[in-house]
Design a protein around this ligand. Structure first.
Ligand SMILES: Cc1cc2nc3c(=O)[nH]c(=O)nc-3n(C[C@H](O)[C@H](O)[C@H](O)COP(=O)(O)OP(=O)(O)OC[C@H]3O[C@@H](n4cnc5c(N)ncnc54)[C@H](O)[C@@H]3O)c2cc1C
Length: 454
C-alpha cells in the first residue's frame, strides 16, 4: 500500500512511525515544504555577533512529563538520552515601574506518605496571600471534577472558591502558556482535561524535559533517522500544491505516482487551501478547518555572555525555572533561562496574542525586555544578540466559543475516503501541543489500519 504524508512536522512523523511499526508493507513518502523536518518545532542557525553559529529553537517549547506519547516516541527512536528532567519551580514576579518584585515561589515535591502526593514546597513568599495554597488545592479539585461545566474561565473570577490571588498568581499564566489562549476566553473543559493529565502522576507529570541543545537535534533528527532506517522516504523542499485525480500529489509543477492513502499532516488553515485547490467539495470537516481560530506567540531570544550573566537570579542547575511575570496590569510573560558553557540563553515569551493586539504586545515586550534584563542581569539589550520570533498562527485557540461549537476538533477524517487529516488541533482535548500532535498522528494512522481490517 502506497501512503503519502503531506508535512513532516511532529504529527506527520508520528503517522510514519506508527505505520512503519506495522510491517504491513506500506511504502511511505513524506512531502515537506521546508528543507528540513520539524515544522513548528524545528530550529534555525543563528550567527551571533562573535561569529559563533548557534542552533536555536523556533520558539521556546516546554515538554512536560505528562506528554507520555511524545516521550515514548523519543524513547523508541533512541532520542531520550539527549534529554534531561528538571524539577518544576514556579516563581511569580511582578514588574512595577522599574521594580521587580517576587510574589510567590514554590516547587512541587513528592512525599510518599500520600497516595496522590502534591506537596508544594514554599520557598519564599514575599506577599503571602490569604490561604493561597488551600484555595489553590481547592481550585485544582474543582477543575478536576469539571465542577463549572460549560463555562468560560472568566466565570472563575466571580466565584467564591477561587480567590483573585490564585487566578492571578497561578492560573492566568498557566492557562495562557499551556493553551495559548487568553485566560478570559479559555474553555474550562479543555483546562479540566489538562489538569487531570497533570495531576495523574505529580510531580513527575509536571517535570520539565529539556533537550541538551535544541528540539531539532535532540528530537526531530533522531526520529527522522529512525524512520529513514525503516524505509520511509523524505522529499524536502516539496511544497504540495494540490492533490490531483488518482490521488497524485502535485508538487513544483510535477505529478507523483498514485497513492492509496494520503494524510494531510498540516494545520487546518493550510489543509483548507490544499483542499480548495484540489477541487474537493466542502465537507463538514473542511469547513471547520477554514473557521478555526489561532493565536500568535511572541518569543524573544537573548544571548548573554557567561561572564555578564554571573549575577543571575537562579543558580540551581537541577531545576527548571518558570517565571511568569506580570507587567502593565494584565499582560503575562514567561521568562526561562538555559546555561551553556559560553552563554546564558534567556527566552521571553508572550503567548495568547490575537491578531488585534499582537503589534501592541510586541512593543510592550521590547520595553519589558529592556527593563527586565537591566534589572536582572545588569545588561543592556541593545549590546546583546537578540531575536524576536513572531510565530503567527502558532497554535489553535482553545476559546470557550470555539470549543463549545466544536469548531476546534476537526478529528482525523476529511469526509473523503482514504484522505485523512491530522495536526495538533485534530486531537480531542490535547490541542495546541506537541503531545496533541503526536496523539493526532497516531489516531490518524489507526484509520488506515481500521480500513484494512474492515
Ligand atoms: C513559538 C511556539 C511555541 C510553542 N510552544 C509549545 C510548548 O511549549 N509546548 C507544546 O506542547 N507545544 C508548543 N507549541 C506548539 C507545537 O509546536 C505544535 O503543536 C506542534 O509542533 C504541531 O506539530 P504539527 O505536526 O501538527 O504541525 P507543524 O509543526 O506545523 O507541521 C506541519 C508541516 O507541514 C509543512 N507544510 C505546510 N504546508 C505544506 C505543503 N503545502 N506541502 C508540504 N508541506 C507543508 C510545514 O513546513 C511543517 O513542517 C508551540 C508552537 C510555537 C510556534
Amino acid at each position: 500500500m502506497k501512503v503519502a504524508i503531506i508535512g513532516a512536522g511532529i504529527s506527520g512523523l508520528s503517522i510514519a512511525k506508527k505505520l512503519s511499526e506495522k510491517n504491513n508493507g506500506f511504502v511511505i513518502d513524506i512531502y515537506e515544504a521546508a528543507p528540513r523536518s520539524g515544522g513548528r518545532i524545528s530550529s534555525f542557525d543563528w550567527r551571533l555577533k562573535n561569529e559563533t553559529i548557534f542552533s536555536c529553537d523556533n520558539g521556546q517549547h516546554f515538554t512536560i512529563g505528562a506528554y507520555t506519547n511524545f516521550i515514548e516516541l523519543l524513547d523508541k527512536c533512541d532520542a531520550l538520552k539527549y534529554w534531561s528532567r528538571h524539577t518544576f519551580e514556579w516563581n511569580m514576579l511582578k514588574l512595577q515601574g522599574d521594580e521587580l518584585q517576587e510574589l510567590l515561589r514554590f516547587r512541587l515535591e513528592k512525599l510518599m506518605l500520600f497516595k496522590k502526593p502534591l506537596v508544594p514546597y514554599i520557598k519564599f513568599v514575599k506577599t503571602p496571600t490569604n490561604l493561597f495554597f488551600l484555595k489553590f488545592y481547592f481550585s485544582l479539585f474543582l477543575l478536576k471534577r469539571k465542577f463549572f461545566n460549560e463555562r468560560s474561565l472568566n466565570y472563575l473570577y466571580k466565584t467564591f472558591f477561587f480567590s483573585n490571588a490564585t487566578i492571578n498568581l497561578f492560573w492566568k499564566s498557566f492557562v495562557e502558556n499551556s493553551m495559548n489562549t487568553e485566560f478570559d476566553n479559555s474553555d474550562l473543559s479543555t483546562l479540566s482535561f489538562l489538569v487531570n493529565e497533570c495531576i495523574k502522576d505529580i510531580p513527575n507529570s509536571l517535570e520539565i524535559l529539556m533537550p541538551e541543545t535544541d528540539y531539532y537535534s535532540c528530537a526531530i533528527k533522531p526520529i527522522e533517522k529512525h524512520l529513514q532506517k525503516n524505509g520511509v522516504n523524505f522529499h524536502f523542499n516539496s511544497l504540495v500544491q494540490r492533490i490531483q485525480p488518482g490521488k497524485k500529489i502535485e508538487c513544483r509543477g510535477m505529478l507523483s505516482q498514485s497513492y492509496d492513502t494520503i494524510f494531510l499532516a498540516v494545520p487546518g488553515h493550510i489543509a483548507a487551501k490544499i483542499w480548495k485547490k484540489s477541487g474537493y467539495p466542502n465537507t463538514k470537516e473542511s469547513i471547520l478547518w477554514e473557521n478555526q481560530k489561532y493565536r500568535h506567540i511572541l518569543n524573544m531570544w537573548v544571548v548573554i555572555p557567561s561572564l555578564q550573566a554571573e549575577n543571575i537570579y537562579h543558580k540551581k542547575e537541577e531545576s527548571f525555572f518558570w517565571n511568569p511575570i506580570e507587567f502593565k496590569g494584565s499582560s503575562y510573560v514567561v521568562v526561562t533561562q538555559k546555561k551553556t558553557r559560553e552563554f546564558t540563553i534567556v527566552s521571553i515569551i508572550r503567548s495568547a496574542c490575537n491578531n488585534v493586539n499582537s503589534r501592541k504586545e510586541e512593543e510592550k515586550l521590547y520595553e519589558f525586555a529592556q527593563k527586565f534584563l537591566y534589572k536582572q542581569y545588569s545588561v543592556n539589550l541593545k549590546h546583546l544578540d537578540y531575536k524576536l520570533i513572531r510565530a503567527k498562527r502558532a497554535t489553535i485557540a482553545c476559546t470557550h466559543d470555539q470549543c463549545k461549537r466544536a469548531a476546534i476538533w476537526s478529528g482525523t477524517r476529511t469526509g473523503i475516503k482514504d484522505i485523512y487529516k491530522c495536526s495538533d488541533e485534530a486531537s480531542f482535548n490535547y490541542p495546541s501541543t506537541i503531545e496533541g500532535a503526536v496523539r493526532a498522528g497516531y489516531s490518524a494512522a489507526e484509520n488506515i489500519e481500521n480500513s484494512i481490517s474492515s
